[in-house]
Design a protein around this ligand. Structure first.
Ligand code: GDP
Length: 303
């Protein structure tokens, strides 16, 4: 059984239970039906904006195509969800590559969302694809964060640049950039501290790190990936908005999709922000990070 399908089980079950309930009482596509549909989608964490957008296009589609049966309505829902999600971008999102030197990827996100684990998993993937990978322990704030990244480095077999706890993360980043350039690493993955409680400090720290990267790598970080915990539902969306204000996020990673019924939040996030979800986390193991495929996800939801 496919790992993604298995990881999506809880979300799918909660989503399809709600949809089945909706369609069990289906009579015709009238205003009552749309009210119930909107309620169903919102309770499935799809978010207010996505729900309204979907309900609007459905109304038009139902008129135009003369949709009548429950099965037809379901199919139109899937089709329209995919269209709204893709916003015309039908290719899978990729990670950019810096052709002229190390590809530098900055990982940001609140403590506990799964940042360090995600870096470990991604380093493992990159290494298996034949790349040389260096990690930088830029979270010098959280107790244990440096050691935790070192453990992942050992597991995966990639070196980790560290400094003493409580030291300036910018200096670790600087050392790592130097080493990555001198030793021709393909990838440098940088862990950062995630204190959103102290927004000003976080912003200053990320700004400083970004300045240092921009000095060493023309154009700055190749990607800035925001890691979000899917189990937190709408909170993940709030975090995404807050981080977007402080730094130029180029992609999202939704972790812990395996442990939640709230996976519908991916739709909410997509609707409100123009940042693609690039990966999803489906477990705690090395193999549990996957490129996010919106069609697979949406068909899985309603299946
Ligand atoms: P950080 O503080 O953001 O660096 O978070 P960690 O990487 O330490 O992860 C916090 C916890 O979440 C750990 O127990 C991880 O094993 C767990 N975790 C991370 N990603 C996933 C995932 O995709 N699925 C599951 N089930 N657990 C995860």
């Amino acid at each position: 059984i496919d790992k993604f399908d298995k990881g999506m089980e809880k979300t799918r079950k909660s989503f399809s239970d709600k949809m089945n309930e909706l369609f069990a009482g289906f009579r015709e596509v009238d205003e009552d039906f749309f009210d119930d549909l909107e309620e169903t989608l919102i309770s499935a964490d799809v978010g207010f904006d996505m729900t309204l957008a979907l309900s609007d296009v459905l109304r038009d589609e139902v008129k135009m195509k003369n949709v009548r049966t429950g099965e037809q309505v379901k199919n139109v829902i899937i089709e329209k969800m995919v269209e709204i999600y893709e916003k015309g971008q039908t290719e899978l999102p990729t990670i950019k590559i810096n052709e002229d030197g190390p590809t530098v990827i900055l990982f940001v996100g609140v403590n506990g969302v799964g940042k360090t684990t995600t870096i470990g998993k991604y380093a493992y993937q990159l290494k298996n694809q034949g790349n040389s990978v260096l990690l930088a322990a830029g979270d010098t704030f959280r107790a244990g964060a440096i050691e935790q990244l070192e453990v992942w480095g050992q597991r995966v077999g990639v070196p980790v640049v560290t400094s003493d706890a409580k030291s300036d993360p910018a200096s670790v980043v600087y050392d790592a950039l130097k080493q990555a350039k001198e030793e021709n690493y393909d990838y440098l993955l940088i862990d950062t501290a995630g204190r959103l409680q102290n927004k000003v400090n976080l912003m200053k720290e990320l700004e400083k790190i970004n300045r240092i990267i921009a000095r060493e790598i023309p154009g700055g970080a190749t990607e800035t990936l925001l890691v979000l915990d899917a189990t937190t539902g709408q909170n993940a969306l709030i975090q995404a908005k807050q981080f977007k204000e402080t730094t130029d996020v180029t992609g999202l990673i939704l972790t812990k999709l395996d442990g939640t019924a709230k996976g519908g939040v991916i739709l909410a996030i997509r609707q409100e922000m123009d940042i693609p979800v690039k990966f999803v986390g489906l477990g705690e193991g090395l193999d549990d990070l996957q490129v996010f495929d919106p069609e697979q996800y949406i068909y899985g939801l309603v299946k």
